[in-house]
Design a protein around this ligand. Structure first.
Ligand SMILES: *[C@@H]1O[C@H](CO)[C@@H](O)[C@H](O)[C@H]1NC(C)=O
Ligand SMILES: *[C@@H]1O[C@H](CO)[C@@H](O)[C@H](O)[C@H]1NC(C)=O
Ligand SMILES: *[C@@H]1O[C@H](CO)[C@@H](O)[C@H](O)[C@H]1NC(C)=O
Ligand SMILES: *[C@@H]1O[C@H](CO)[C@@H](O)[C@H](O)[C@H]1NC(C)=O
Ligand SMILES: *[C@@H]1O[C@H](CO)[C@@H](O)[C@H](O)[C@H]1NC(C)=O
Ligand SMILES: [Zn+2]
Length: 527
């Protein structure tokens, strides 16, 4: 009775009805619920029985009992009252919901805005088994606080939990001061620097070093977009001069060697200041090998491949149909076949640690801005909805990775790096009830006709595979079941991420050892 009443306030979205108009209608109609009002998280009791519960550290057949939006117990044969919803997961995997470390929802790109806002992008994520994402706040005119305010507004209609990274678009004393406020007062513990986008976002090595130093002092993780911006600019000019104006020019203008150069340079500068470093969207074998080398030497470097880099190759950019080719344009570019398999191997070997998407959804109308010049094609591909399925199929179904390692790279490691584990990234008593049930014997098929993001295209069009997310539970609510989404605008919570995560453990001792090893200044006799 109570349950039925609460369900009536939920916005139902069926797969077919979810287009731009359907979802924005809900937002524009101002349908929002206070935390207490949306209710299900505080009142719904759920028991998942008989499934294989997978955590990064072990997998075990057990029941999972959820109450008040958190996991109350994980053990065999839990007995419950009649008012509890029971889900039978026999023969299926019960896993922590995915955490996507790299998304761009509602972002302004060139002179347009991504077609997925926080609400539609998150709804799509939930349908694909992702229950939290970390989005990049873009400063407004260089002001971090103005940027944060703008993103807080964008995120008001959130239907799943989210956190923020902050992008640094220029460097000065104000920015440095504001970084401290972001970390100490606003729950942000990571900052991204651009080594590419000359004349816009790119910062030089001097400022990168300043940024690294500041991050280290705050216990915040420095992230880099690693491409040599000067060389990319030169490469673009070269292609235009050769009359290559189509999407293949995007591929040709920024080869893997430029990604490897910047990755290596960023890593060496981070080593010089003994600062932990996170390399976003590792797209090439070349860049991955820079990371492998640094990690072998003991440096604290995290490498994040994204789904497009793991399962696609550059053939799409060469498609004779412009709309098809343009949808694959993102930076660094999707590489030639071979890089994908090398990145998969690096992920299975632990050289790369977690998988993101760089979800930045643009439709064919927006991509067509660059019909005569690939430099004007807004960059970005989808993935927030597809990541969990594609990584399962490419890594687990193929035999390259265990279910536990899958949980690690899609959820747990992200939670650990950004210092919110085990509230997120685990199915343990006390963890948030963000859980998926995956049927390994079911299959999935991806197509723009049935996906939940707002775009009319999908870079994974036609992909099929084994392993289907049948149920998604977010914050203790069943939001995806029987192919139907039930999401509540405003029910997603902002997750504050505290500084000094595990990557900072012991840094002070290492620095002290370094200082004592200098054996300097040398004592000299006065003449
Ligand atoms: C999936 O297949 C395996 C192996 O045949 C079986 O053990 C398991 O119970 C099946 N699960 C479901 C949900 O059908
Ligand atoms: C950005 O800052 C410049 C000066 O620093 C100012 O002239 C301009 O009006 C600002 N733009 C916006 C949109 O606030
Ligand atoms: C490159 O990608 C296309 C499209 O997904 C695929 O058909 C092709 O097999 C891939 N090529 C190689 C060599 O993997
Ligand atoms: C793409 O999005 C823009 C802006 O939201 C919209 O005006 C346009 O009609 C969309 N195009 C397609 C093909 O859906
Ligand atoms: C954005 O710029 C492109 C050219 O780069 C132009 O074709 C398009 O109409 C512009 N869109 C808007 C909404 O101004
Ligand atoms: Zn990105």
């Amino acid at each position: 009775m109570v349950i039925r009443l609460l369900l009536s306030v939920i916005v139902y979205i069926s797969a077919s009805a979810l287009g731009t108009s359907a979802t924005n209608q809900f937002c524009e109609a101002g349908i929002k619920y206070e935390e207490s009002g949306c209710g299900l998280s505080s009142s719904s009791k759920i028991l998942i029985t008989g499934g294989t519960v997978v955590n990064a550290h072990q997998q075990v057949i057990a029941d999972v009992y959820i109450e008040e939006g958190v996991v109350a117990a994980v053990k065999s044969n839990i007995k419950v009252d009649d008012d509890v919803i029971v889900l039978d997961a026999t023969g299926k995997f019960v896993m922590p919901g995915g955490i996507d470390p790299h998304t761009h929802l509602g972002m302004d790109v060139l002179n347009t805005t991504t077609v997925d806002d926080f609400f539609t992008g998150q709804a799509a994520a939930l349908a694909g088994g992702t229950t939290m994402h970390i989005d990049f706040v873009i400063p407004v005119n260089g002001s971090l606080s103005a940027g944060l305010k703008a993103y807080q507004k964008k995120a008001e209609d959130s239907c799943m939990d989210y956190g923020f990274h902050m992008v640094i678009t220029k460097w000065n004393e104000d920015v440095s001061r504001e970084m401290e406020i972001m970390v100490k007062e606003n729950g942000i513990n990571s900052f991204k620097f651009f080594m590419a986008y000359k004349g816009a976002l790119m910062i030089n090595d001097e400022l990168l070093l300043e940024g690294f130093k500041k991050c280290k002092s705050l216990g915040a993780l420095a992230m880099i977009h690693a491409e040599n911006g000067d060389a990319v600019f030169e490469g673009q000019k070269r292609m235009i001069e050769l009359g290559i104006t189509g999407p293949e020019g995007h591929d040709l203008s920024r080869p893997a060697v430029l990604e490897a150069e910047a990755t290596g340079r960023g890593i060496r500068l981070a080593s010089f200041s003994n600062t932990p470093l996170y390399v976003v969207h590792v797209m090439s074998r070349d860049a991955m090998e820079e990371i492998a080398k640094a990690r072998r030497s003991g440096q604290r470097v995290i490498g994040e491949p994204i789904v497009s880099g793991l399962v696609l190759n550059n053939s799409g950019l060469w498609d004779p149909d412009f709309t098809t080719a343009a949808k694959f344009v993102m930076s660094p570019p999707i590489r030639a076949a071979g890089h994908d398999k090398a990145l998969q191997a690096a992920l299975s070997a632990g050289v790369l640690q977690l998988v993101g998407t760089d979800h930045c959804s643009l439709n064919s109308t927006q991509k067509a801005f660059g019909i005569n010049d690939f430099r004007k094609i807004p960059n970005g591909v989808n993935g927030i909805e597809e990541r969990m399925h594609l990584v399962w199929d490419a890594m687990v179904e193929s035999g390259q990775m265990s279910p536990s390692d899958y949980v690690r790279v899609t959820s747990t490691e992200c939670a650990r790096i950004f210092n919110i584990y085990p509230k997120k990234g685990a199915i343990l008593a006390g963890s948030d009830a963000d859980i998926i049930i995956l049927n390994p014997n079911s299959s999935f098929k991806i197509t723009a006709k049935s996906h939940h993001t707002n775009s009319d295209t999908n870079v994974y069009e036609g992909f099929t595979g084994k392993g289907k997310v049948e149920v998604t539970i977010a914050g203790g609510r069943i939001v995806w079941a029987n192919g139907e989404l039930k999401v509540v605008p405003g029910s997603g919570k902002y997750i504050r991420m505290p500084p000094f995560g595990y990557l900072f453990d012991g840094l002070d001792r290492a620095d002290a050892n370094y200082l004592s090893s200098l054996r300097a200044p040398v004592k000299r006799f006065k003449s």
